[in-house]
Write a protein that binds this ligand. Structure first.
Ligand code: ATP
Ligand code: MG
Length: 432
């Protein structure tokens, strides 16, 4: 029907002006934190060739099998996919632009990711991640840097008490080959307990069975052969070094031998930061090492590790804990009452902005009283009041708004340059 109300796509959310303060507070903290560790932003397109994600994430994974938004570009028949995660694109860009061969690079990215999942609290079809990747670094010091970094971010955001760290090692290729054979034998012996997904993956990607979300399989998975028992000396030494680094830094962690992650590219260290404050969707940050991904996508071999955090889940946790930051209003709200004042208002607002202030200009007329109410509601620090008298005198009335009802304070009549100075100094009227 022509007049049917159009709605956003299911599982894809608008972020409304009354929610954006928390996002911007979070983003500002995160930017400063990333800079303090020397990471630089990399922006990649939201669309990539489908083959990139198939090769990076793995054909037999939840993401590639059932969660990708994939379509054919009708102009040239190419298969394209909305990115479901950020690492594949980062690696593609690093290879394409030759970014790592003159030494390691510390990179980060942010933005929307797309997965066709069943929408529920903490699980959306468009969600946002901030990811960090250290490309070209082999040693456990980089894994440790990432864990220390994330621990610091939780402190900065005021959520440190609500998250715990789980880590595991997936070993190298040989350990995984040995483990795979044992897993297949184990699950073959318990065929009758497997669900559809698990049966299908038994020979193609048995490790994925360990990542099942089906509670009926929990006991079976719990008793399955552990990758941790197959680690060779190098993998064991790397893992021990990471654990030692955490102990030196005083970061508590739990070794979870069942932690395998949902993407095929990981090896050695994997980790998740989890909370019990958000119900079922409790993983707020996850990552690990992916030493063969660059080579696997056609680059010269270079080791790497990284992590991604789900912004919606972190914001939900911050909100749950009352850590959303203050919402800042503009410096001033320009009230204009009367014909001459309204005519001058635009010019006065521009002059205030020339002076470095942020100004919301009242539009649409109305009484002094109703405009002052709007000024109050705007969260502005000051009201600047322009009436015809003030225009005639070349002055404005200045009134502090924050922390007091608008009727309570005195006004102060000053010239525009003085108003700018007073507001910049944060001087409240009466306290000059
Ligand atoms: P989950 O086990 O919850 O499905 P995942 O293993 O698929 O997570 P990753 O691919 O590792 O998740 O993504 C990293 C982080 O991104 C997750 O820990 C989570 O915080 C967030 N995330 C993943 N999928 C979604 C989604 N559909 N909606 C909101 N956040 C998500
Ligand atoms: Mg998932």
């Amino acid at each position: 029907m022509a007049n049917e109300t159009l709605r956003a796509v299911r599982g894809m959310n608008d972020i409304l002006p009354n929610e954006i303060g928390t996002w911007q507070h979070f983003e500002a903290m995160v930017r400063a934190w990333l800079t303090s560790y020397g990471y630089r932003e990399l922006r990649t397109p939201i669309l990539e060739q489908t083959a990139l994600f198939k090769r990076a994430i793995g054909e037999v994974t939840d993401i590639v099998e059932k969660e990708m938004y994939t379509f054919v570009d009708e102009l040239n028949g190419e298969s394209l996919t909305l990115r479901p995660e950020g690492t594949a694109s980062c690696v593609r860009a690093v290879i394409e632009h030759n970014l790592v061969y003159d030494g390691g690079k510390r990179l980060w990215y942010q933005g929307p990711m797309f997965r066709h999942e069943r929408p529920q609290t903490g699980r959306y079809r468009q969600f946002h991640q901030i990811g960090v990747e250290a490309m070209g670094f082999a040693g456990p010091d980089t894994d440790i840097e990432h864990l220390l970094m994330t621990a610091r971010l939780w402190r900065l955001l005021g959520i440190a008490d609500a998250v715990t760290l789980e880590i595991n090692s997936l070993g190298g290729a040989e350990s995984r080959t040995r483990h795979r054979a044992k897993l297949i034998a184990y699950f073959e012996a318990h065929q009758e307990q497997l669900d559809e997904d698990a049966k299908r993956r038994l020979y193609s990607n048995p490790l994925r069975i360990l990542d099942t979300k089906n509670p009926a399989l929990r006991d079976l998975v719990e008793a399955a052969p552990r990758l941790m028992d197959e680690l060779d000396d190098a993998a064991r030494a790397h893992f021990d070094a990471v654990c030692a680094g955490l102990e030196t830094a005083g970061i508590a962690y739990r070794i979870n031998p069942r932690l395998v992650r949902g993407l095929d590219y990981y090896n050695y260290t994997v980790f998740e930061w989890v909370t019990d404050r958000l119900g079922a969707q409790g993983t707020v940050c996850a990552g690990g090492r992916f030493d063969s991904l660059i080579e696997q996508l056609g680059g010269k071999p270079a080791p790497a590790c990284g992590f991604a955090m789900g912004i919606e889940r972190l914001l939900a946790l911050m909100t749950e804990l009352g850590q959303t930051g203050a919402v800042d209003g503009p410096d001033c709200y320009l009230v204009n009452v009367g014909e001459a004042a309204t005519r001058m208002a635009q010019t006065v607002a521009e002059t205030l902005r020339d002076g470095g202030l942020s100004v919301v200009l009242h539009s649409g007329g109305g009484s002094f009283k109703s405009q002052m109410k709007k000024a109050d509601a705007s969260a502005a620090r000051y009201a600047i009041i322009l009436g015809d008298d003030e225009v005639a005198a070349g002055e404005v009335n200045l009134k502090a708004l924050r922390g007091m009802a608008w009727g309570d304070t005195q006004q102060q009549r000053v010239t525009l340059p003085v108003a700018v100075d007073l507001i910049k100094q944060g001087v409240i009227n009466g306290n000059l």
